[in-house]
Ligand binder design. Structure first.
Ligand SMILES: O=C(O)c1ccc(O)c(O)c1
Ligand SMILES: [Mg+2]
Length: 600
């Protein structure tokens, strides 16, 4: 698969963008005209740099307001185009993207547009250049790829074909299956972008919110399938206008972009479409959280809290300053190694998988940074790599229910666990720095096949917090990613937390209270509101209030939960799911966020 990326996706000067694209492993780039216009380097210097870096210059873009104009204006279009064709010749670029007219079109006529594109095609042909005509979603008269194709068909010119851009097609809800009606050799270029599902005007959505494939709500694997089945053999290119990517490290963004295409290629390989599509090593679907690791200079306050929650001390590690606590299938490792001057925080997540080594091979193929973990003789080596926010992801071998993981034997001097109402880890909530939020979604989707549920917004003291849950289909692993807005430091009222599932949250809290547990205070107003929202038995509400328990209910079932106080950057939640409740008590999140801010 030949890969390309539009320079508009990356921040920095044009030469730095080219280095970043080449270092990430792209085969080519689309030169976005404004990037060239502001460059200190001549077109020849840029072309020579691309050549040195082994990057093809696949496309020059965009050429605007070319067709649908009156005859007098068309003369000026041809004058502008000639200048750009000459420039493209100097750079050795043979394809120009021509957008459907958004500004100067006055003639709503396929015949006029086709004649003008064919006339431009004649001039382009003199320069050995092809024109790829793209329907922008907000085009004045042409805003649908099927319409653009009808015009190209009518132009019937060897130099004139279409450019397909997934954003313009999927944002408008146009059926991409029609792509298969276009002959592959008339699709001159392919641009891919994902996007979050939003209700806003398409122009703003396109210019500010596009994402790399796998990060948003579009079905890009299916889209690419249509294009490849049409017989398209050109480069697969990314064109992502995104305010975050334009402000952050281009080297890192380019790697993220390349990962998105690697993931997409794997889907094409699995679907058996396209020539030479390489599959990734098989995904290892996590079957459970194997453990969570809290790290800090002094983890004893966390361990005291775990004791209050009904966890048992399982012992000290044979060789490292690490202690293990467990309850049911929930394992918490407390690590004081190399953690001087740091408050306790959630440092690592262990996922149980069938074959940890295979999972590691996939992570490496997706360029996830690997982390070295010292393992001594007789200790299990857990493949470890870093998520975008720096959390270490470790893969452990699933042992099946009822059996303890093998690595538990490395801990000595603790007690065997008695029965517990705690069943295991229900979910983990990770606050993500704004610049890594979308990268994190792609990371968990591509490396661990966790799929994103539609994003939600919950009210926090500093505004609405965007929250997206990534999970396995069976719910065995659920990871909630909350966006930390720019300007707020990590830990500013939004620390990470681990939720433990319990079969009886009231018994767990009562047990905890006898051992000194103080859960987060819930204001009386909350219970008044709860009674108004749901028709609840007053005694039931009284019992919730007496234990500071939060409550939610939907068509699937009921949810009772509570939060501990925060220690350093970490806190815990106890959750009891009744019937088939599958949510996270989102209506209660504002109560927690407000209470934590008061405490802090
Ligand atoms: O937003 C634009 O103007 C624009 C330009 C070129 C493209 O390929 C595109 O998809 C959008
Ligand atoms: Mg485009």
């Amino acid at each position: 698969m030949r890969t390309s990326i539009a320079t508009v996706c990356l921040s920095g000067a044009l030469d730095r963008k080219l280095h970043a694209a080449a270092d990430a492993g792209f085969d080519g780039v689309e030169i976005f005209e404004p990037d060239l216009v502001v460059s200190q380097h001549s077109p020849e210097e840029i072309a020579a740099l691309a050549d040195r870096l082994g990057l093809a210059l696949d496309l020059y873009q965009p050429f605007r307001d070319a067709e649908g104009v009156d005859d007098a204006s068309f003369g000026d279009v041809v004058r502008r185009a000639r200048a750009k064709f000459a420039l493209m010749n100097r750079m050795g670029i043979d394809t120009m993207l021509v957008c459907s007219n958004v500004a100067t079109a006055t003639r709503d006529s396929d015949d006029v547009s086709a004649r003008q594109l064919a006339a431009l095609g004649d001039v382009a042909g003199e320069h050995g250049i092809r024109l790829a005509y793209e329907a922008l979603a907000w085009g004045r008269f042409v805003d649908d790829y099927r319409h653009a194709w009808r015009i190209v068909e009518r132009a019937d010119h060897p130099q004139v074909g279409v450019c397909l851009d997934s954003f313009h097609i999927l944002s408008r809800g146009h059926d991409p299956a029609g792509i298969e009606q276009i002959p592959g050799d008339k699709i001159f270029f392919l641009q891919l972008a994902d996007a979050p599902v939003l209700t806003m005007d398409v122009l703003s959505w396109s210019r500010h919110h596009r994402l790399f494939p796998g990060e948003g709500g579009f079905d890009l694997p299916a889209f690419l399938g249509h294009v490849l089945r049409a017989g398209y053999e050109g480069p697969i290119s990314l064109e992502v206008f995104n305010d975050t990517f334009r402000q952050t490290d281009p080297e890192r963004t380019a790697l993220q972009a390349r990962r998105s295409l690697r993931w997409l290629e794997d889907h094409a390989a699995a679907a058996g479409v396209g020539a030479g599509m390489e599959p990734l090593p098989d995904v290892q679907h996590p079957t459970a959280f194997g453990f969570v690791e809290v790290k800090g200079e002094d983890t004893s306050p966390v361990e005291a809290l775990l004791g209050q929650l009904g966890f048992t001390f399982r012992g000290r590690h044979r060789t490292k300053p690490v202690r293990l606590w467990s309850a049911g299938d929930a394992y918490v490792v407390c690590n004081e190694q190399h953690a001087r001057d740091s408050a306790p925080s959630l440092a690592a997540l262990g996922f149980d998988v069938t074959d940890p080594r295979a999972g590691e091979r996939r992570a490496e193929a997706l360029a996830a940074p690997t982390r070295f973990r010292q393992a001594y003789a007789g200790e299990q080596e857990l493949p470890t790599f870093a998520a975008p926010d720096g959390t270490e992801i470790m893969l452990s071998a699933a042992t099946g229910s009822g059996r303890e993981p093998g690595w538990v034997d490395e801990f000595e001097g603790g007690s065997p666990p008695p029965g517990s109402t705690i069943l295991g880890v229900d979910h983990v909530n990770l606050v993500q720095p704004w610049q890594h939020y979308d990268e994190a979604a792609l990371f968990y989707e591509s490396v661990l096949a966790l799929h994103a549920q539609p994003a939600q917004e919950v009210a926090g003291p500093a505004g609405l917090v965007l929250s997206r849950v990534m999970r396995t289909a069976d719910g065995a692993v659920r990871l909630a990613l909350n966006l930390l807005p720019a300007g707020l430091a990590a830990g500013a009222g939004l620390p990470q937390h681990v939720a433990f599932a319990t079969s009886d949250v009231r018994a767990a809290v009562e047990h905890g209270r006898r051992h000194g547990l103080r859960v987060l205070d819930v204001p009386d107003n909350y219970y008044e509101d709860l009674t108004a929202r749901f028709d609840l038995d007053p005694d039931f509400v009284t019992s919730l209030r007496s234990l500071d328990l939060l409550y939610d209910r939907d068509a699937d079932g009921e949810f009772l939960h509570c939060y501990t106080r925060t220690i350093g950057d970490v806190f815990f939640e106890l959750v009891e799911r009744r019937q088939a409740y599958d949510g996270f008590g989102a209506p209660n999140a504002p109560v927690r966020l407000a209470a934590q801010t008061v405490v802090a």
